[in-house]
Design a protein around this ligand. Sequence first.
Ligand code: PCA
Length: 326
Amino acid sequence: MGFVKSLLAGTGLALSVLSLPVNAQAQTWDLPSAYAPANFHTVNLEKFAAGVKNATGGKLVIKVHSGASLYKATEIKRAVQTGQVPIGEILMTLLSNENSVFAADGLPFLANSYEAARKLAAVQRPQVEKVLDAQGLKLLFWVPWPPQGLMAPKEINGVADMAGLNFRAYDKHTARLGELVKARPVTIQAAEVAQALATGKINSLIASAQSATDYKAWESLKYFYDVQAWLPKNMVIVNKASFNALDKATQDALLAEARKAEEAGWAASRETAEATKKILATNGMKVQPGSDKLVAELGKVGQQMLEDWLSEASPEGKAVVSAYRK
Ligand code: PCA
């Protein structure tokens, strides 16, 4: 190229005349995410990125920025929507203020197994796609977290035992749950939880065994109750303008890889649920199912939350729950 450049230097011709058409140029897309590098969601994103690179012959390269290193968990949606980044991963329930349809999978005990989560996802998808579309966004794929369990520093035999605990919440639902059990909810996103546990700012939380592993919860908490309360989803969204700017072959490759990542992600979630519970136990946590009393009482709290949520839910949110119940 140096020779060509020096030839051109004398002619006044711009070098860009010789470069490839825009569509054929390689593009790099930054993908912000909020969870730890070893978290199965992040691992799945890396595989998705590798698949896209491979399928497009390197024309589209996705660079994953995990651990909220590029944007905070709560900022990723806006960053994608405003085109600061073309693509991102976000815990969907964090968007409940925009439309309650985003939080239907964060309701305790509405859908609390992988089978139920699949059924909920199937009815939630068209409604979520509709809302995202109106915002200039497109859902590429979504993957559930493993079932949510309760972690505490002491034995919890019923919700009364949760009263007064410094309870970490990650969204509106978990904050409400904390209130209803008379704990002291404080909302903290994943990247800051390990420190909040270490300093005692929080001493209880509801999250997956995967997250408990990311947080090394065993360093301060002894009990993990596998109450399997719900399976919230992370979704990968793309800015529609960025997507539309891709050539057709690249779009198709991206969508095909997204479908693969969704399948692989659901399978990985199931495996991770079991594997990470073992990690907790190996590190000394008491991993056990919740007592019948605890599960029944949490179920009651969930029932109340569902009723409250339905009374204010958006039409899309209501449609999801009624379709799910059919
Ligand atoms: N972990 C995420 C949300 C759901 C989960 O299992 C968190 O701790 O923020």
